[in-house]
Design a protein around this ligand. Structure first.
Ligand code: ATP
Length: 369
């Protein structure tokens, strides 16, 4: 029997999206070649602000259908501040994809790498390794401008809606517990903390009660509870204690950036957006027009997002080689920093996008896990 083949829809997007996507595919291909056991077929799809400027629409015809048919979607970065719709909003077809495909689980790994600037003086900051799991389709973003569902529109009052639904919340918490279980198998703590404001809002008490219901199905996983304000404090005071933190959309929006700041910068912030049938992987940073086309972008957020994609495909298909390929990439990045052989310009180093990519590719070919 031949290797199983997976189709990946690739949207390079705008700005440094091109550079970091090409870097990611080079690293992913090196991991695939080393491990074997699966094939990847890339389909390039055109979308973004540049495409909009030339064609008047934000995606090429058939893009959404092709993305839907793929096993995973990889996205570089989308948006250019100078190119906007007539109402002033930025071009953001990726937010539409999140909505259409119901990508409710936003996974933001937060991990300290050696020799990457650490913002905390405490030596335990070197042990930071946790996940912010942000619900991404409802919560306080339900009525956000992008969805155009704000119920009141006049000059005297406005209300935004925080929506928590049972089906999405059950799926979200299940996702959190399964993620913690997987991390536990890889030597992590195996704890899920429900971050909310259940002492004040009924919506949050509901969110927490569903957390408790689902927790009963995962007796091997520790549970914790934290009010979001106390969690913000703890992310600065003792972030090394965190494992999987699950929360509503807006809380996740804020805490994931705070957490990202603890371990370097945007160039390290990987992201997976996962639904029941589809998933999209992208670096959490934007298109960084200030450094586009200059070989200055740090490609590691994208490369680590590529590793998340391989892991996801492995989980879905049961093809273990995919998980191994993901671990090779993570280890190559870690060792590269530890040996000071990966020195992105973002952190004052001397290595541009291509040099970082070449170093990671070389390490993926030889690293041990
Ligand atoms: P968006 O709203 O689209 O997420 P943004 O306004 O947050 O975008 P980014 O495009 O992420 O902005 O860029 C913010 C700053 O971070 C810029 O100065 C940019 O140069 C820097 N930056 C972002 N990504 C990287 C990267 N991969 N490597 C180096 N610097 C980066």
């Amino acid at each position: 029997m031949g290797n199983q083949k997976f189709r990946v829809a690739v949207i390079r997007g705008d700005g440094i999206g091109f550079d970091v996507t090409d870097a990611t595919l080079a690293v992913v291909d090196a991991a695939r070649a080393r491990v074997g056991g699966f094939e990847l077929e890339y389909e390039s799809l055109l979308a973004g602000a540049g495409y909009f400027a030339e064609n008047g629409v934000d995606v090429a015809p058939g893009t959404e259908e092709a993305a839907a048919a793929a096993d995973a979607i990889f996205l570089g970065a989308i948006g250019l501040p100078a190119i906007r719709h007539t109402d002033g909003t930025e071009i953001s077809p990726h937010l539409r994809l999140r909505e259409i495909f119901q990508l409710y689980a936003g996974v933001r790994p937060v991990k300290a790498y050696p020799n990457v600037p650490q913002r905390l003086a405490d030596p335990r900051a070197a042990e930071i390794d946790f996940i912010v799991l942000r619900e991404s389709t409802e919560g306080l973003f339900y009525s956000a401008a992008v969805h155009d569902r704000c119920p009141v529109e006049n000059d005297t009052e406005v209300q935004d809606v925080l929506r928590i639904t049972r089906p999405t919340t059950e799926r979200l918490h299940d996702f959190a517990f399964k993620l913690a279980r997987k991390r536990k198998e890889r030597g992590k703590r195996g704890k899920v903390t429900c971050v909310d404001k259940a002492n004040v809002f009924r919506s949050m008490a509901f969110f927490r009660s569903i957390f408790d219901e689902r927790a009963a199905n995962y007796p091997d996983i520790e549970v914790g509870y934290s009010y979001v304000d106390a969690q913000a404090l703890d992310l600065v005071r003792q972030p090394w204690e965190a494992d999987v933190l699950v929360m509503e959309n807006m809380f996740g929006d804020i805490l994931s950036d705070l957490a990202g700041g603890l371990v370097g910068g945007m160039g390290m912030a990987a992201c997976a957006e996962v639904g029941d049938e589809h998933a999209l992987f992208q670096p959490a940073h934007g298109s960084a027009p200030d450094i586009m086309g200059q070989d200055k972008a740090n490609p590691l957020a994208a490369i680590l997002s590529g590793a998340l994609m391989l892991d996801y495909l492995g989980d879905r298909s049961g093809v273990e080689a995919l998980g191994e390929a993901a671990q090779l990439i993570e280890q190559a990045v870690y060792d590269g920093f530890a040996e000071n052989a990966v020195r992105p310009m973002e952190f004052g180093g001397d290595m541009g996008t291509r040099a970082v990519t070449e170093e990671v590719v070389a390490r993926v070919r030889s690293v041990r896990i």
